[in-house]
Ligand binder design. Structure first.
Ligand SMILES: Cc1ncc(COP(=O)(O)O)c(C=O)c1O
Length: 444
């Protein structure tokens, strides 16, 4: 953002303008897509310097800009987005990845060593859970969990029993149980451990609340991670991830990204840049609609329980965290229908405006069944313990008309109640199906 009057601008202004000089691109208001795999050096000395900087072989001089090398290492479209997103949490750096899982994996492999351990709030997104439970241990990193929403005392009890605790990982709002984790309490735990050894890094996945409704660094997080596939991209047309944080933690992540090949395509980065300007508008409108939908669900007798940040049905402690650390609830609602998996499937199979699809945060409303979709790789026992029950449905509210969305849910609840046909019968005999009615909560 070269112009003086923009220096003290708000994040909304930064995300639309910084990191790009139109005069270097024929005056184009919107950055062009730099669709190239490699970049020309002026001479060998410039090429040598580019690699020294990219691989951290020699520190940059004050004001020195790293020359572009190769799109897996750096690309103007990626750098423009990385520059712009630092405004959200007033952080040093943003690092863009080819997916949210790329961001989380590179963060772990960049910052943890064999022998280190990681403590995470349970539940988390199914892919993250798989990485923590099944992949990191293969590389000598131990992992353990605490229940999302646990108190500082409960977390410290588990954390203090762990050897070489290097990272505490949480989702600010858990997928799919919508439990808020108290980031301040987690940071207090990290600080206490830090009194007698190295302080663990507090890394939080803020995908569900997004940068508009929660600024985790203000509440004690060191690193903020996003699946940019969700609200940040916002149009269900790309997959990307993002890590925000101070230079000492993020500088090495770019090198890991280069080696793991987790850099996004220039077209993807361009699409994200396009989406940044409308993020606040989209999230605010989606959240207004979601609140009305949560109220509708809360008042429908066929719904057992509604989970939505700060909503009436949440506990007093959850509402406290919401008031202290969130400025809005975003647009994902989970709810339990009366009944079991058969009823949840009947509802989902009879929706007409909500698409039956995983993912969230886009302008299109989506609905899914966490027990058999996003969290399928967890064991049934772990799912049940985390509150991911067979009668749970997760919806992401988009930008369609709110009344139309409510009517769609009402029609589907009517169909569920009337015992309308669903695909449930096709799944009960499946070899990957759920073993016992006791675990599934199935009524049949
Ligand atoms: C909370 C959360 N974090 C991370 C991810 C992974 O992101 P991606 O699908 O972009 O790899 C997801 C995906 O659903 C998610 O919901």
């Amino acid at each position: 953002m070269g112009k003086d009057h923009r220096k003290h601008a708000q994040p909304q202004t930064h995300v639309m303008a910084s990191g790009y000089d139109p005069m270097l691109s024929e005056g184009s208001v919107v950055p062009p897509v730099f669709r190239t795999s490699t970049f020309v050096f002026r001479n060998c000395a410039e090429g040598k310097r580019a690699f020294e900087l990219a691989y951290g072989l020699d520190p940059a001089l004050p004001g020195e800009v790293s020359p572009l090398i190769y799109t897996r290492v750096n690309n103007p479209n990626v750098e423009i987005v990385e520059d712009r997103v630092t405004a959200w949490d007033a952080t040093d750096n943003g690092v863009l990845f080819s997916s949210g899982m790329g961001a989380i994996s590179c963060t772990c492999f960049g910052l943890l060593n064999p022998g280190d351990s990681l403590l995470f709030a349970d539940p988390v997104y199914g892919g993250t859970e798989y990485l923590f439970r099944h992949v990191l241990p293969k590389f000598g990193m131990e992992t353990a969990t605490f229940p999302a929403g646990a108190t500082e005392e409960e977390i410290i009890e588990i954390a203090s029993g762990m050897k070489n605790l290097k990272m505490i990982f949480t989702e600010t709002c858990a997928n799919p149980t919508i439990i808020l984790t108290d980031t301040r309490a987690v940071r207090n735990v990290a600080d206490k451990i830090g009194e007698s050894g190295p302080r663990p890094i507090v890394a939080v996945d803020n995908t569900f609340l997004g940068p508009i409704f929660c600024s985790p660094i203000k509440h004690g997080a060191d690193l903020v991670i996003y699946s940019a596939t969700k609200y940040i991209g916002g149009h269900s047309d790309l997959v990307a991830g993002l890590v925000l944080g101070p230079t000492e933690l993020t500088a090495g992540l770019k090198a890991v990204r280069t080696i793991f090949g987790a850099c996004p395509e220039p077209d993807t980065a361009w699409l994200i840049g396009r989406s940044l300007g409308t993020l606040k508008l989209r999230m605010t409108t989606q959240a207004e609609s979601a609140r009305l939908i949560a109220d509708f669900l809360e008042n429908d007798a066929r719904v057992e329980r509604v989970l939505y940040p700060g909503h009436a049905s949440m506990s007093e402690d959850q509402r406290r965290i919401f008031e202290e650390q969130c400025s809005g609830a975003a647009a994902v609602i989970s709810f339990h229908v009366q009944g079991g998996r058969e009823q949840a499937y009947a509802l989902l199979d009879n929706l007409q405006i909500f698409s039956l699809a995983v993912s969230l945060g886009g302008i299109e409303s989506l609905a899914e069944h966490p027990f058999s979709m996003t969290h399928a790789e967890m064991t049934n026992e772990l799912k049940m313990a985390a509150g991911i029950t067979p009668n749970m449905v997760r919806i992401s509210v988009g930008l369609e008309d709110t009344d139309d969305l409510i009517n769609d849910l009402r029609r589907a609840l009517d169909a569920m109640e009337a015992g309308a046909p669903s695909s449930y019968a096709q799944t009960t005999q499946s070899s990957v199906d759920i073993p016992t009615a006791a675990v599934t909560g199935d009524s049949a």
